[in-house]
Design a protein around this ligand. Structure first.
Ligand code: NAP
Ligand code: MG
Length: 487
């Protein structure tokens, strides 16, 4: 797969439906993780580019053509964009697979989900109702959800197309004009999606993209004086910078900062199904999924059975290039690979047992950033493999004593993004699920990243605000209350 599938020339920054040259004249090389080779370049957007993009968005949101679209018209446009994404799904999947290294089947599924974001929010755009509120005699009070104006979106590299859909679709549905800073490591699909949005008919300034470095384009965007809201997904460290920038500007933000999501497995569950779902979900996107279920908490009596099943499954998992379409691809870059190998080395020093390792397929380029998946157990409760987000294909298994211990253990990290409870005792499953502090809890199922209809977001240090579902529409708009005295 060494032929370029996208131009190696950086196209610029996307403002007012056109590519314009970046002000710095600089570019950032783009590396294919499966090959370890540069195959494209993006423009290194800077503060001047961000200024132009925000001004274009402001003009669109206030007085421009975009501000005159009715909710129904916005919805139709989003639906049209969804169809255009579906029409270009294969082209987009090939770009995404090369840019991120993920297996083609995963990239294809991601494009289905990306189109679905615009389909869902296209349908929802004109169904966001306000309230009427009983008040004093002689008064009539209504509320409506109005757009913020200009929304800023800083997104990560793990699911570039899906993350774009997740954050941009509801913001556009509500009538905001968006400025997006995608991740330097993988952003070619968001750049292509911007072109398709223009083709679908979004008016000038409704959607603008400034690619480039986080410290430069990302920092300039998140601290810009003329943005009204920020949506961020990424690391807790950058989340602090984003929230600080928002605070300085007196604006709100949504933060999605990852997790260390637990599966709580009781002995009466369907252990075959549970262990299959758990191992497949863990290696989805090479474990680089904020909602990955990376801790498996198992009732002591079932520990040996579960560990055996997980070890069997992990030993058969294989990493390969996108075209090999194996269980997982490489991780995103050399730094991530080194970071994951650091966890492995420390686990070895600390004597944490490896239950099984998968393999790297023969014929994968030696320069690619491949990591063979691993399952560890029993992992001591305070060990970093049990508490920190590895963001790689690594599963930690820990035994628990009873229901109370399971809930304590499930809640025993700083994070609270997702969880799953596996048990055929319905009362217990519900009790335990309601005891876990997490924004989404599955019972006898697990879907890392799935379900566009389902409100999603963190409790505790996983962040705040909600994406997906109608909750996202409320999060990227504000309530205006109109109080009329009619006497
Ligand atoms: P990151 O730095 O937080 O990247 C997320 C986004 O923020 C990227 O677009 C990034 O730009 C941008 N950014 C970086 N510094 C910024 C700044 N000073 N101001 C504004 N924006 C800035 O994450 P990462 O370095 O790619 O990954 C590190 C770790 O974060 C991973 O190991 C993982 O644990 C976690 N992570 C979590 C998620 C998630 O879904 N919750 C996603 C990705 C990573 P660049 O493109 O220049 O990086
Ligand atoms: Mg970074």
């Amino acid at each position: 797969m060494n032929k370029p599938i996208v131009s190696s020339a950086a196209k610029g920054v996307f403002i007012n439906n056109k590519w314009v040259p970046g002000a710095s004249g600089k570019t950032v090389p783009v590396v294919a993780p499966a090959e370890g080779q540069v195959f494209a370049a993006i423009t290194a957007g800077n503060a001047e580019d961000v200024d132009r993009a925000v001004a274009a968005a402001r003009a669109a949101a206030e007085g421009g053509a975009w501000s005159r679209f009715s909710a129904t018209e916005r919805g139709r446009l989003l639906s049209k964009f969804a169809l255009l994404i579906a029409d270009h799904a294969e082209e987009l999947a090939l770009i995404e697979a090369r840019d991120t290294g993920k297996p083609l089947k995963q990239a294809r599924a991601d494009m289905v989900a990306t189109a679905r974001y615009f389909e869902y929010y296209g349908g929802a755009a004109d169904k966001v109702h306000g309230d009427t509120i009983p008040f004093l005699p002689g008064f009539f009070v209504t509320t409506e959800h109005v757009p913020y104006g200009v929304t800023a979106h800083v997104i990560p590299w793990n699911y570039p197309a899906q993350m774009f859909g997740r954050t941009v679709a509801p913001a556009l549905a509500m009538g905001n004009a968006c400025v997006v800073k995608p991740a330097e490591d993988a952003c070619l699909t968001p750049l292509r999606l911007a072109e398709l949005a223009a083709e679908a008919g979004f008016p000038e300034g409704a959607l603008n993209i400034v690619p480039g470095l986080g410290e430069e384009a990302g920092a300039a965007l998140s601290s810009h004086r003329d943005i009204d809201f920020i949506s961020f997904t990424g690391s807790p460290e950058v989340g602090v910078l984003i929230q600080t920038a928002a605070a300085r500007n007196h604006i709100g933000c949504t933060l999605e900062l990852g997790g260390k999501s637990p599966h709580v497995v009781f002995g009466d569950a369907d252990l075959d199904t549970a262990t299959s779902v758990i191992s497949n979900a863990m290696v989805q996107n090479a474990g680089q999924t904020c909602s990955a279920g990376s801790r498996v908490l198992v009732e002591k009596a079932a520990y040996d059975t579960v560990v055996q099943a997980l070890a069997d499954k992990f030993s058969k998992l294989t990493a390969g290039t996108p075209e090999m379409d194996r269980d997982l691809g490489p991780v995103i870059n050399a730094t991530q690979k080194k970071r994951i190998e650091g966890f492995f080395a420390r686990a070895e020093d600390q004597g944490v047992p490896v239950l099984a390792s998968g393999q790297i397929a023969e014929g994968t380029p030696a320069e690619g950033f491949f990591v063979a998946p691993r399952v560890y157990g029993p992992v001591p409760r305070a060990n970093e493999l049990a508490t920190l987000e590895v963001f790689g294909p690594v599963l930690a298994v820990l035994p628990f004593d009873d229901e109370a211990d399971a809930v304590r253990l499930a809640n025993g990290t700083d994070y609270g993004l997702m969880a799953a409870v596996w048990s055929h005792d319905g009362n217990r499953a519900l009790r335990v699920s309601r005891g876990i502090k997490a924004g989404q809890v599955y019972i006898n199922a697990f879907g890392a990243g799935g379900g566009i209809e389902l409100p999603f977001g963190g409790m505790k240090k996983s962040g705040h605000g909600r994406e997906k579902g109608f909750a996202a529409l409320h999060d990227c708009s504000q309530i205006r209350t109109t109080i009329t005295k009619h006497g």
